[in-house]
Design a protein around this ligand. Structure first.
Ligand code: CO
Length: 137
């Protein structure tokens, strides 16, 4: 079951430069950068009262973000993320209706160790959508 909006994710070529711009121009507080080794990405978050902005940059050359940045060198909106109560149950439920999940069956985790999954963009109106559980915070 979908319970809310977690974050909007912006792919950027330079995480520090992006964080600096959000701080200096928009007065936004950007948290410390972290690495998600499993996903091959570096991440930093702007925590807003109702959702977050996620800044995402490649942690290694073969990162999934690298291809996106080849097509969009200045960066851009990469995905948005919905909170769900249970990732496997939600994934299974929509898969029964013909929705394709990326990285099928793989147990993927965010930097908090929470389960995540991605919906194929063709099955969500052209947008890449992440599903995420918030059990640990
Ligand atoms: Co995300």
């Amino acid at each position: 079951m979908i319970t809310g909006l977690s974050h909007v994710s912006i792919a950027v070529p330079d995480l520090e430069a992006a964080a600096k711009r959000l701080r200096e121009v928009y007065g936004l507080a950007v948290g410390e950068a972290r690495v998600n080794e499993q996903q091959g990405v570096r991440l930093a978050y702007v925590e807003l009262p109702n959702a977050c902005i996620e800044l995402i940059a490649p942690a290694r050359p073969d990162s999934p973000i690298s291809k996106f940045l080849e097509r969009n060198p200045a960066g851009g909106i990469h995905h948005f993320c919905l909170n769900v109560d249970d990732v496997p149950a939600t994934s299974a439920g929509i898969a029964q209706k013909g929705v394709r999940m990326l990285g099928e069956g793989k147990d993927s985790r965010n930097v908090h160790g929470e389960r995540i999954a991605f919906i194929h963009p063709k099955d969500f109106l052209g947008a890449l959508v992440e599903l995420e559980e918030h059990k640990n915070r």
